[in-house]
Every structure is written in structure tokens, then in C-alpha cells.
Design a binder for this molecule. Sequence first.
Ligand code: GLA
Length: 831
Amino acid sequence: MKRRGLFAALLTVALVVTVAPVAHAAAAEPPGPSSTADAQLAAVPPMGFNNWNAFGCEVNEALIQQTADVFVSSGLKDAGYEYVNIDDCWSQRERGADGRLVADPVKFPNGIRGVADYVHGKGLKLGIYGDAGTKTCAGYPGSLGHEELDARTWAEWGVDYLKYDNCNNQSDGSQADYIRRYTAMRDAIAAAGRPMVYSICEWGTSKPWTWANGVGQLWRTTGDISDNWPSLRSIIAQNAPLYPYAGPGHWNDPDMLEIGNGEMTGTEYRTHMSMWAMMAAPLIIGTDLRTASAETLAILGNRQIIAVDQDRLGVQGTVVSDDAGLMVLDKPLANGDHAIALYNSTDTLATVGVKASATGLRRAPAYRMRDLWTGGVLQAKTTISAAVPAHGTVVYRVRPLAGPHAVAPSVTVGAALATLVPGTGGATLSTTVTNRGAGELRDVAVAAQAPAGWTLTATTPTTGRRLRTDKSLAVAWTVGVPEGTPAGRYPIALTATYGWGPPGRTAHSESELVSTVVSAPADGNRHLSTVAPVDSHNARGPVEVDQGNGGDTGGDGSLITIAGRVYTRGLGTTTASEIRYYLGGRCSRLSTDVGIDDAAPSTVPATFTVYADETAAATSGPVNSGDAPRSLVADLTGATWLRLATVSGDAGTGAATAVQTDWAAPVLTCGGAAPDDPVLPESRTLFSFESGTDGWTTANPPDGEGVARSADFHTDGGYGLAVTTSAGGNWFGSRPAAPLDLSGRTTFKFDLRAGGAGTVGEIAVQVGSAGSWCQGGFWTWTNPGASRTVTRHLTDIDCPLGVTLDLSQVTGIWIFLNTGGVHHVDNLRVE
Ligand code: GLA
């Protein structure tokens, strides 16, 4: 989903007639029960909707009302969804003359009071957004120092839920300051006299799980979620271990749902819903419900899964095991059942299981397990397990079972397969059928089905006459992929059939294994960061592309920086790391700089090694923190595989210290290209600020704002641009003397180092002879001082009705920056 057009109003500011805030009868709602009955407010995790994930700043009355309508018409209200929440950007840019927050009269013509009345009329509740700082993340007025008035205003409007954010917080960073700022709003809500669920949103910064029970009913534990698998995986990894801190009226909040937003698979979205339920997380929908697909509504509306989340015992699932990407959670439920989740975060099918004796389940002759996604009911004797697809989660509701013999046994079909190379002799597939049921299986047979044209032959027997409890039938197969098969992921279907229980009764179990077919890189010199690896392992978070490894979640690093030199291309890793590429004998050379990133000085050295197949083709020897970048050139001639490895400590010792190791500007040469041929993808610099400010200025009258050439931050040449913004922000850019022809380009990039309060931004271009303004690609960074390459696809840019994005006639290029402070920009380019 795209977030659109945040700052459209700014350029037309001079034309907008100031609209007086709509006056409402000041009659306050009758005061509700004392808000000190806090725990009652969220005895189970809150359920609802928030517009941020799908709409960003594009919130308005119609959206909120229509969402409330869909809650009712789709059955989501009956399923338990209750709060319809407004996020950032709902207010005017300035407080009213009386010091109060004022709803944006264009977005909310009937005010927040009007929309609250509408939502209440549907039997639902309304949420709003505020910030424990001077400005919200998008630059609207914050509540720091205005807590009482703002809480009173929201109470008068009929607000039932407050999400309270942490941007522009003026904090000294101490936990005491966080407690002070967030407690001030709790007290203000209590004084205002209307019960409100109080949702603390400080991204886990001050470890709120250690102090916020009794302050708010829920607290964010992580940075913002985004609609992609690495984000989901990393948030689960951070939130799951916090189970001791949650309970009725005080919940860990791993952020709002992305289900339905389009960038994850159904399997991944079901994992999202499953794990949120297991973690007793708030279920706040973040997609456009008015256009949601049947699949999205089915995931969000799964009553069995919702019942796990909303169980009145209020226990966050215990992490029973967490090993090599496979996690088991155990959540006791009020009726004595246990929800057991088997979560596979790896990229391949895996069998995940747990002995019932390692969970809180009572000892029993067997266990009845209901799959909460398929509805299927099975029995297992000692081990609750399933073959779980890559990125998938199976959730069973389990209870002791006295007489297992009428219930079908749990039989898992697992498999393992190496990477497939088209046109070679074939790879080995191994399948394992395991009987977890009480009672023996008869006449077990396993079959596998590969895509058309592939060969698949069993090399060991595929049948077994009997399979007792906890025994397996293992079969080996050879898989061949025809020459010319494009690289990609291909399914292999596996089926086991067997008899069980009384004679004549049969059943089957199925799994899908997704195989990986590789192909060699295209000819030419290429930035290695644009070539897809086959797999990678990294000690902390994912391998970062074109930025350093922040050592935590995806996207948390700054631009790769080694001894003061900034690189915009490369791979950011943390030791021990390995990245593997398939070359198929078609490449000849890798050149790269290496070094330890300045962002995380280390007392231990690190060693970088480039392997061509199993031979070390280049190695750095020990590199220390602060050392100048070291250049390596590896001869890859004839190699099938390329592997980049970093370890900490002296070569070979591999001491377990995590060191941030950068492969800076690595270039791969394939198919007979010469090392000095151009490196692809080629980029064209539009502004590099070497001799001045390149005509840059502000689009709207400056409010203390301006630009200056600066040597403080540069990613090409020796200079960049220092941009001073006001908190409200402005557009910065240039109208070149002659229109630019950017036809055929797909991507717009520039390097940015955010000022002390982070940034919120967007890009715009002016096109055609009329200089029409097209804009989009909103971003928000909450980490001050971080540097990144901002990459925006030209398709992120939207034009007004009737204007087409004619890239052959670009008459202006603009960047919106706000939050106040000095930001640095360099090397605006297109690719
Ligand atoms: C922060 C919050 C998000 C969202 C935005 C709004 O990033 O964590 O959930 O509210 O601000 O600007």
C-alpha cells in the first residue's frame, strides 16, 4: 500500500483561505467511571483499526466512518474488533488561539467530536493519536507541556483510546524522563474523567515493559512494523521473549497489523495473526477494510485464533523453545486447553515440535489437537508437531485425550533439499514421514510431485508396512531440473498415505516444499549489492543492502562508513556472517573494499575472506576498527559458488564477539567483461553540490530555513548540501535552467543524513510546460543522525488528475524535509 500526498497542502498555502475551526457545543460527555479502573479497560488485548499502516497521513472523516461501517457489515465487530483509531496528521499545524488542538477542518469537517458520535452510534469506540514531545512524528503539535488541556479536549470530544507517540521528545534519554512524560499523560487522562485506553508508543526505547504496567494498558516494544517478511520476523523475535511482562490490563504491543497490505504472502499474514494471538498482542487492523479481499477478512476474522488472543486468562505465550529459526510458544487458556504455536521462520519447510511434557499440558495418554487454521482434529501421543512451510505457523488448540483411538493420528511429512542447478546431475531430496499418533500406522506410502519437465526418482523404498508411534519412514530421491529453467522458487508436493485405527480406515498427510533454482548472474560489471544471493547467515538481523548493519533489525544501519569514508553501495554484516552467490562458472572477478564500520567501534579485529568454491580467493587478514578501507581482488575464474565470510578475532579463531563488518562497493565481473567497463546499474547524478548549492532553494517562503554547500557530509566528491529546516518543514530543491530529460529512468535516489530529530519527508517533481507538481514516496525516520540512501521509485509519485508524469520534461525536483534542525543531502541521482 502506498502512503500518499502528505504535504500537498503546503505548496498551495497562499491560496487557502483560513478556515475557522468548526465550533462544537462544548457540552462534555457525562464523565465515565473513574479511569483508575485501568485494568478493566483492557482486561483482554484491545482490538480495532488504525489508519497508519495503509494510509499514513491520508486520514479523514469518511475513511473513519466507512471503516466503522465495514466493522459492522463484515462481522468484524461481532468478532470483537471495537476501536476505530485515527493516527498522526489529524490536526491543524498550529494550536488554536485558546491553546487547544484543532482538528483539520478539511479532513474532519465535523471535528473529532462529529466522527466520535458517528462511531459511537455504531456501537464502536474512537481512538486518537498524540505525542509526548513538542511535535508529532509528522510535525503536528505535540502534547508535551499541554497534557491536561489535550486530555480534556479529547475527553470532551468523546475519545476512548489514545496512542501516545515519542517524536521530538526533548528527552535526555533517561528512563526517568520517559516515565515522567508518559505518566503525565496518564494523570491528565485520569483528571479529564473519561476512561481511555492508553497506548504507549515509545518503540521500546526505555524498556517500558519494566515500568509501564499501571501507566498504560499497552506499550510498543519495537520500532515501526512494515509490510514485509524481515520486519515481521524481527518484531516477533523481539516481542516473544517479553512474555513475563504481559497480563490483563498490561500488554506488550508489537505494533499494528499489516495483514492485507499486499507485500507478504498468505502464509506470512497467517503467521502475523497467529503470533500476535499467541503473544496476547493488541489486534489493530492496518489495512483498507473497504477493499479488503475475502482472504484478508478471513485471516483477520478467524474466531478460533481471536479466541486465543482474547482469552480471559490473559497470558502471553511462553517461549518453550527457540532454536535455529524454529520457535514453539505455549499459551494456557482459561478452559484448561493450551494453544501451542509451531513457528518456522526459516526459508524452507521444517518439522517443528515439542514434547507435551515440556509444555504446561497435564500428563495424559494422548492429546487432542485442533488446527486453528484448517479446523482439522488430530491426536498425538507425546509430541505436538507439524511440518510447517517456510515462514509459516501452525497453531493447535490442545487438550488431554483419554481415548485416542477414534481420532486420526498426527503424521508429519518433512523434507530437505539443497539448491537446484538446472542441467546438472541432480540433487538429493530426503523426505521423512513420522507417526506422532498413539497407535500404529499401516501400509505407509510416500509420493512426491515436482513441476512438469523435472525428474524425480526415489532411490530408497517409498513404502513401509508398519510405523509405530514416534517412528519415521525416511526416503531419498534424486531431483533433476532441465537446463534453461529460470531461477526462482518452485513447489514440490509431498503426500503420505497410510491406514490407521480399525481395519480399512485410511488417511493422508501433505506438505509443500519450496525448492530454490539458481542461475548465473548476467554479463557485465555489477554492484554485488544488486545481485540476489542464494542464501546468507548473519549474526544480527539481516544482511543490509547498501547500508551498514545496525546490529538489530532490518534497515537499522547508516550508510557504510569506514574510517570516515562513506560508501553508498555495499553489504552490511555482523560477524559471523556468510553470503553465498551462484556463479555457474561464468564470472571472473570480485573487487571490494572491506572494513569495520565506524558506527560500532570494536576492540576485536575482524577477517574478511572471499571464497571461490571452497578456495580462499582473497583474504584481508585481521582488520581493526578505525583502519582505512582495505581493497581485495579475488579471481573467481571457473568457480560455481562465491561465498563472502566475515569472522571476528584473528583469522580462524572466530571469537564470538559481534563486529559490524562492511563489504564496501563490491563489484562482480561476469561473462568476459573487462574490469574497467562501466559498473551496472549505471546512475546519473543530477545534483552533486561540488561547486555550490546547484540552484537549491525553498519552495515556500522560508521560516528560518535555507541551504548551504557543506563538507560535513558527502557521498560523491568532497561536498554535499546542509539543509536547515523549521519544525513545520519545507520543500527544498531546484528548478533547473533547462528541463531535465529523465525518460527511461525508474528510480530516484539521494543520500541523506537526518538531523537531530530524525526526518519526515517526501519527494516531488514538476513536469510539463505548466510545471505541474507531482509528489509521493513519504518516509519517516525516527533515528536522529542516521544516514541512508533514500530510494524512491518513480511510480511512488502521483500527479493530480489530468496530469501525466512526463519524465522527458522535468522542470523541478523537490524534497520535503521537516522536524527542524540541520539535515545533509548529497548526490541526487536517477537510475
Ligand atoms: C511513529 C509511530 C507510528 C506512527 C507514526 C506517525 O513512527 O511509531 O506507529 O504513529 O509515528 O507519524
